[in-house]
Design a protein around this ligand. Structure first.
Ligand code: ZN
Ligand code: ZN
Ligand code: FE
Length: 749
């Protein structure tokens, strides 16, 4: 008989790990104890060598579904004899921890939810150690009820009994609750100053049926809900939310309902039903009764399945798809407090479904799509964050601050990067506050005190400004935006050898002070070198993040294709033209860019698809949607490559051909041909670089590669070529992935 002491690191708290250890130790007749520390689970075990080996083997193989073991350390211990196996009180220690993301209701809880004989029959907050909220309710670690927003609910006798019973699924389930002792949900009508607590799901269904907008408090924030089949209601929502065209996400009762409207392949079904329950962008079969205003002119619908228990209860009473859009005002962060929600959203509606389980930390719904069985993130948030991204290099304590739009930040140490959930656009003052608050919170929670700060090279990014405040105390480093995209892909896919990287997006500040956005790099995890880019073209300096496509088209043609201008811009405001002309003549407020995203905008504008936009990327998305209608298979436009210091890709001829074909060809064929051209450019450049540098790996990163049509064409035309292709699959290709790439500057020498 000897005593062994083990430390198990990873996601081992709040996932039923201690009861699992307890049961296993009992079964194998081992004595000792288990306890949570703030960085790991400690186990002391007394027994024969053989049963202890067996124990560890079984820990590895049978650990609870939500756990993730990263490392087990073990050695002999001097500890005295134990008479039993028991669970000891948690303690604080040094070192960082893992926090489970919020997980959708599990099958066992779902069964109980609809079992009339269960004491939690239709209890809106049912959960267990295998499911329920985590990240959004945790105030501090180690993970115990007293350190969550559940602390205000004192467990009733029955709940307490489960909580203390190592054989129960609710043993140490911190959010454990029931009708008697737990959180409750109610409807508030602000106008009539009325609170409804009885039959609230029936009541909610009646409100939705009347075409009214309802605010519903969720797991990580508030949703704005409306009957998706009621066009008047959707229209009202668009007006009130000041969101004219951007698609809304839907929640649907079950997978059968989704299949009525959308194509769902095996992988998509798996992701829809996964414990993370993201919004999945699905190809529409037929909208049927769903209002066309939900996703105007879009080929895809963003759909998710219910994930909180009360979402299921809503669909018990209401049978239509429901718009569930995040309860923020256009670019502001999501709201997490009842009072704040009522104050900020009362101009949208009087109907609020609220509950009294506080949200400690906000988190949006995640958004993904599946292409060729690969999961692509548009937004990484609920269900995924704050799960760390494991990387192949080792980091000093490092904080990388991300970009400006679609911001995330990352906190890294050793082989782990804790990436924040999607935060949003920092230009908004309130989002910036949330950003700073969340950074502070992460540092405290994960106990990583950064020594190195990494910012974008852009001097005017608010994240950069934030970083520079710390110059006195910390080492501040800078990384060029498109290189950050490139490194993000390298870390995301753990690419170890040399690679050619296409980093195509809207805009980012370049090393030569021009605005980059259509860049090609070669290199590896140690260095990336720019080898090619789209030829620079002029753009106005004013707020160039969301620019009017027709202005960019105007300046492009003015510079390179002057003879076509008169015809193309007949309808443009003469005053606007004059201003633009002056800007160019004086070379004032003009910047030069190699942006691939802006080229999509130019084409979208020239084809009269989108001349003005209401959200970032809209013109490019519309162009993709129009191109989807084409049967045109593989033709493309001719372009030129000039070799100067870099290979310069000149699209003048492409744009000219598009202008010429516009009058005689159908728009969707032209749009498709343009997509083919961009893919062809990637292939041609790859071939040139392969010849020159003997590199076979090719990667794609940047917001442009959220374009599914482009991804599928690339997959197609590279198919019979000798290349290995890499797309993102753990973080978004858009600026939401930037902070992961930046973190590389914190690596240990
Ligand atoms: Zn459960
Ligand atoms: Zn209870
Ligand atoms: Fe970018």
């Amino acid at each position: 008989m000897k005593t062994y002491f083990f430390k198990i690191y990873g996601r081992v708290q709040g996932v039923g790990f201690r009861p699992f250890i307890y049961k296993l130790a009992k079964e194998l007749n081992l004595k000792g104890y288990v306890l949570n520390t703030s960085s790991c689970v400690e186990i002391s075990l007394q027994g024969g060598k053989k049963s202890i080996d067996n124990f560890i083997e079984r820990v590895k193989n049978e650990a609870p579904p939500l756990s993730r073991i990263e490392r087990i350390e073990g050695n002999l211990s001097e500890e005295k004899e134990f008479i039993d196996f028991f669970i000891k009180e948690s303690k604080k220690d040094e070192g960082f921890n893992f926090i489970s993301p919020d997980i959708a209701i599990c099958d066992d809880c779902l069964k109980e939810l609809f079992d009339p004989n269960d004491r939690r029959y239709k209890y809106p907050f049912i959960n267990c150690t295998n499911c329920g909220p985590r990240y959004t309710i945790i105030e501090d670690l180690p993970y115990d009820r007293e350190k969550t927003t559940m602390k205000v609910f004192k467990m009733c006798e029955k709940c307490e009994k489960e909580y203390k019973d190592p054989t129960s699924r609710r043993f140490h389930a911190q959010p454990n609750a029931c009708f008697t002792c737990g959180p409750e949900i109610w409807i508030e009508n602000l106008k009539e100053d009325k609170i409804i607590k009885e039959n609230i799901f029936k009541e909610l269904s009646n409100i939705l049926k009347k075409g009214e907008i309802v605010i519903i408090k969720g797991v990580g924030g508030f949703h704005i809900a409306v009957d998706a089949t009621n066009s008047d209601a959707v229209k009202k929502l668009r007006e009130k939310k000041k969101r004219p065209t951007k698609p809304f996400a839907l929640m649907m009762k079950d997978i059968d309902m989704i299949k009525k409207y959308c194509f769902v392949n095996e992988k998509e079904e798996e992701i829809l039903k996964s414990k993370e329950r993201p919004i999945v962008l699905l190809k529409i079969i037929n909208l049927k009764d769903i209002s066309p205003l939900v996703a105007p002119d879009n080929k895809y619908l963003g759909v998710m399945l219910p994930y909180a228990p009360y979402h299921y209860l809503i669909f018990e009473e209401f049978s239509n798809p429901i718009i569930m859009t995040s309860g923020n005002l256009s670019d502001e962060p999501i709201i997490n407090d009842n009072q704040e929600a009522k104050e900020k959203l009362n101009h949208i509606t009087n109907h609020f479904v609220l509950h009294n389980r506080d949200i400690e930390r906000r988190v949006d719904d995640s958004v993904v799509f599946i292409e060729k069985n690969n999961i692509n993130f548009i937004r990484r948030a609920r269900g995924y964050a704050p799960d760390p991204i494991k990387i192949s290099i080792s980091l000093k304590p490092t904080l990388s601050l991300g970009g400006e739009l679609k911001n995330t930040f990352s906190l890294g140490l050793d082989n782990y990067v804790f990436m924040s959930p999607h935060i949003g656009d920092l230009k908004d003052k309130e989002t910036l506050d949330v950003y700073e608050e969340t950074i502070e919170n992460y540092i405290k929670l994960f106990k990583i005190s950064p020594e190195i700060l990494v910012c974008d090279l852009h001097p005017q990014y608010l994240s950069t400004e934030f970083g520079e405040k710390f110059k006195k105390y910390l080492e501040v480093k800078y990384m060029q935006h498109h290189k950050a995209h490139g490194y993000s892909l390298i870390l995301d896919r753990e690419i170890e050898s040399d690679i050619i990287i296409f980093s195509f997006d809207g805009t980012g500040f370049g090393e030569d002070k021009n605005i980059w956005g259509g860049e090609v790099f070669i290199g590896n995890i140690n260095e990336l070198n720019r080898v090619a880019h789209f030829k620079y073209f002029p753009m106005t300096k004013s707020d160039y993040i969301i620019e009017k496509p027709n202005r960019i088209a105007y300046l492009y043609t003015k510079t390179f294709l002057k003879s076509y201008q008169k015809n193309l811009f007949k309808d443009m405001n003469p005053f606007e033209k004059e201003i633009l002309d002056k800007m160019v003549e004086k070379n004032e407020n003009i910047i030069y860019t190699s942006s691939c995203g802006r080229i999509f905008d130019i084409v979208s504008s020239i084809l009269d698809i989108k001349k003005e936009v209401s959200f970032e990327g809209e013109a490019a998305i519309s162009l993709e949607m129009v191109a989807n209608d084409s049967n045109e298979n593989s033709s493309y436009y001719n372009y030129e490559i000039q070799k100067n210091e870099f290979y310069e890709i000149d699209l003048k001829k492409v744009i000219e051909s598009i202008i010429l074909e516009k009058s005689s060809f159908n728009k969707s064929d032209i749009a498709k041909k343009f997509h083919n051209t961009i893919a062809k450019i990637c292939l041609d450049i790859s071939k040139i670089l392969k010849e020159e540098y003997k590199i076979k790996n090719v990667g794609f990163t940047g917001g442009v590669f959220q374009n599914r049509l482009l991804i599928s064409i690339i997959n197609e035309i590279f198919k019979n070529e000798d290349f290995i292709l890499y797309f993102h699959n753990r973080v978004p290709p858009n600026d939401g992935g930037i902070s992961l790439g930046q973190i590389i500057l914190g690596r240990k020498e």
